[in-house]
Unconditional design. Structure first.
Length: 149
């Protein structure tokens, strides 16, 4: 892959470069998460719930950027693993809210350092200035694309 980017298509579209960088980051994190028997899909929902616990399944799918039926299977599996529980509120039986259990909450201390390690490895040898520029460019790209949707 590296030779491809440096020699074969050095001027290829930025979207392809971002996609390959994302794949490499995800793969590195998946390997680390697997050591703790946590899937990348579960990681996605855990990260959201560590910030905002008690979201509805719809809110959780919106936060994850996936269609609503997608998280249902993951949430059920996470419930079986003891990471979350689902509850209906007495005043609204329609919506199912997802809450972390103590076990799900405790995963944060184990898993977040793994993600931080992946970032550290990925950015080794990159200057703070270049990291800042990269962040600014990626945020600008996200904003530009969001404005067009």
């Amino acid at each position: 892959m590296l030779r491809h980017w440096r020699e074969a298509v050095p001027d290829d579209r930025i979207a392809h470069l971002v996609k390959d960088a994302t794949r490499a980051l995800v793969r590195a994190l998946q390997v680390r998460l697997a050591e703790h028997s946590v899937s990348f899909g579960h990681w996605t929902y855990l990260r959201i719930l560590w910030v905002r616990d008690g979201l509805t399944q719809r809110q959780l799918s919106d936060e994850a950027g996936v269609m609503e039926p997608t998280p249902v299977t993951a949430i059920r599996a996470m419930e079986e693993l003891g990471y979350v529980i689902r509850k209906q509120m007495p005043d609204n039986r329609k919506n199912m809210h997802v809450y972390l259990t103590a076990r799900g909450r405790s995963l944060k201390a184990k898993l977040v350092p793994l993600a931080e390690e992946v970032n550290h490895v990925a950015l080794a040898g990159v200057s703070a200035r270049d990291i800042g520029i990269t962040r600014d460019v990626l945020v600008a790209m996200i904003e530009n694309l969001a404005a067009r949707d």
